[in-house]
Design a protein around this ligand. Structure first.
Ligand SMILES: [Zn+2]
Ligand SMILES: [Zn+2]
Ligand SMILES: [Zn+2]
Ligand SMILES: [Zn+2]
Length: 483
């Protein structure tokens, strides 16, 4: 801290929000006049502490980097919210469009320990069964325990031998495809059917937009939450016809969820017909809180929260279990690092619960079979077979992630330009910009990590104070007129 560069270094740490695994770059960006070669602008890491530019890791997962996941969540929140109430280039007209919040789950692959509550929030017995029935492995199929929310037994099977691990892994591996088929069916079959129009007539008067996010259940299966919105023929700026309602969406979603199936390749476990579970939840969404539906901000908050999560609730490892040298192939038995196994770890020795380990091991085993080669089960074994995108949206739903990034970069540039003396200087049209940057490491040393953690803590404290102030304002009103 007594080094002359400390202050500048600390500013860098603040600028990346105390990122848990920053990346360092060395190099420069030079802008020259194409004719005279005169240097018009120079941005170089040479003047920075230890000659390095520090950039945030940008990881979306809160388990990997809390501050970067926060930025990701904020982006997701605004993107989803804009799709419901407008803003960010989305017409404010969308507010009146029929919209629902939907949850599609996986079917059962065997009974698991679960927690339910009565109307007063008291935990109910897990699986009370009269007469104490047993499965073919002599394991009781009844559980009278009232599991707390942090009970590690939650989501694990009553009998591991009865649980269909292959089915669960294959379901995860097909979940993205199933979602795709569901949206297709809703657009082209069920909604036109309900409205009494042909596919073509329906498409000419209504656009259906989606935004979805994947969430893991403790039992190791993904499920999806999403927003479905009906627009007029030209998207968010046009009103859909009066007959296109949230009630119509509701019944269309339920029937598509029941109809669509994906069939897995025929293999050791046979062709499996994979569909959604019976639990389908659909709720209308409104601009603000109401008795008959959810508020847009609440829905956006849910999606933002889920978007920063991986499979951690299942208790699995958060990195691929494949060998890093051969990427899981074993290089035909010749990989020196894994001795041809393709594995980067010993699955039996992973410090994870038995259920999570069996899911990983099953994905690994099936991933080695030719019939499932297209599913890439081995690279996704640590996610129990699911390798799809955690959050996606259809093109017309809202502003895209790319546009959002471009907006942030433009804003940062503008701010940087304001700070700089060159702000007023216009670059001539024949200016040429050269960028030469190279990777110069990542992460923190022990002491640096402590300082970064301190900055994260301080930021969290500031956020808490700001939230408290906002709550107070909401209760007592504002007096200064400041928002
Ligand atoms: Zn980060
Ligand atoms: Zn139980
Ligand atoms: Zn059993
Ligand atoms: Zn290898």
């Amino acid at each position: 801290m007594t080094q002359p560069e400390y202050k500048a270094w600390e500013r860098q740490v603040r600028a990346v929000g105390g990122c848990e695994n920053p990346v360092y770059l060395r190099g420069r960006t030079v802008t020259r006049d194409a004719v005279s070669g005169e240097v018009l602008a120079l941005f170089s890491s040479a003047s920075m502490p230890w000659g390095r530019l520090m950039v945030p890791c940008g990881n979306r997962r809160s388990a990997r980097c809390e501050p970067c996941s926060r930025v990701y969540a904020a982006d997701a929140f605004h993107r989803i919210r804009a799709g419901m109430v407008g803003g960010k280039g989305v017409s404010a007209q969308v507010v009146g469009h029929p919209m629902v919040w939907l949850t599609l789950t996986a079917p059962s692959f065997g009974p698991v320990h679960t927690t339910r509550a009565d109307g007063f929030g008291n935990a109910l017995p897990c699986r009370p069964r009269r007469g104490g029935p047993q499965c073919e492995h002599d394991v009781s199929m009844s559980c009278a325990a009232r599991h707390g929310f942090d009970d590690p037994v939650l989501g694990t099977p009553l009998c591991a031998d009865c649980f269909d691990y292959a089915g669960a892994v294959l379901w995860n591996a097909h979940a993205g495809r199933l979602w795709h088929r569901f949206t297709d069916d809703l657009r082209r079959v069920t909604l036109p059917g309900i409205s009494g129009l042909t596919k073509k007539e329906f498409a000419a008067s209504v656009r259906v937009s989606f935004a979805k996010v994947a969430e893991y259940q403790r039992r190791g299966l993904v499920h999806f939450h999403g927003v479905v919105r009906l627009d007029g023929p030209d998207g968010p700026g046009t009103m859909p016809p009066g007959w296109a309602t949230a009630a119509m969406l509701d019944s269309g979603i339920r029937s598509s969820a029941q109809r669509v199936k994906v069939v897995s390749a025929d293999g050791v476990v046979g062709e499996q017909e994979l569909g959604w579970g019976a639990q389908v939840d659909v709720q209308p969404v409104f601009a603000s809180e109401s008795n008959d539906g959810l508020a847009a901000a609440r829905v956006a908050g849910y999606i933002a929260k889920y978007a920063t999560k991986g499979a951690e609730i299942v208790g699995v490892v958060d990195r691929p279990v494949t060998c890093r040298k051969c990427e899981g192939t074993g290089a035909g038995g010749a990989c020196p690092r894994c001795e041809g196994s393709g594995l980067g770890v010993v699955i039996a020795e992973l410090p994870v619960p038995a259920h999570a380990r069996t899911l990983i091991a099953t994905a690994w085993r099936l991933g080695g079979l030719a019939e499932y080669a297209g599913l890439r089960l081995r690279p996704w074994a640590h996610q129990c077979g699911f390798g799809g995108n955690f959050s996606t949206a259809s093109r017309l739903y809202s502003i895209t992630r790319g546009a959002q990034k471009a907006e942030r970069v433009a804003w940062q540039k503008e701010r940087a330009a304001k700070d700089s003396e060159d702000a007023a200087m216009m670059l001539p049209p024949n200016a040429i910009t050269d960028r030469e940057w190279e990777f110069a490491g990542s992460g923190w040393s022990g002491v640096e990590a402590d300082v970064a953690a301190g900055i994260r803590e301080q930021n969290a404290f500031n956020r808490e104070m700001a939230a408290e102030a906002r709550t107070e304002q909401a209760w007592y009103g504002t007096d200064g007129g400041e928002a």
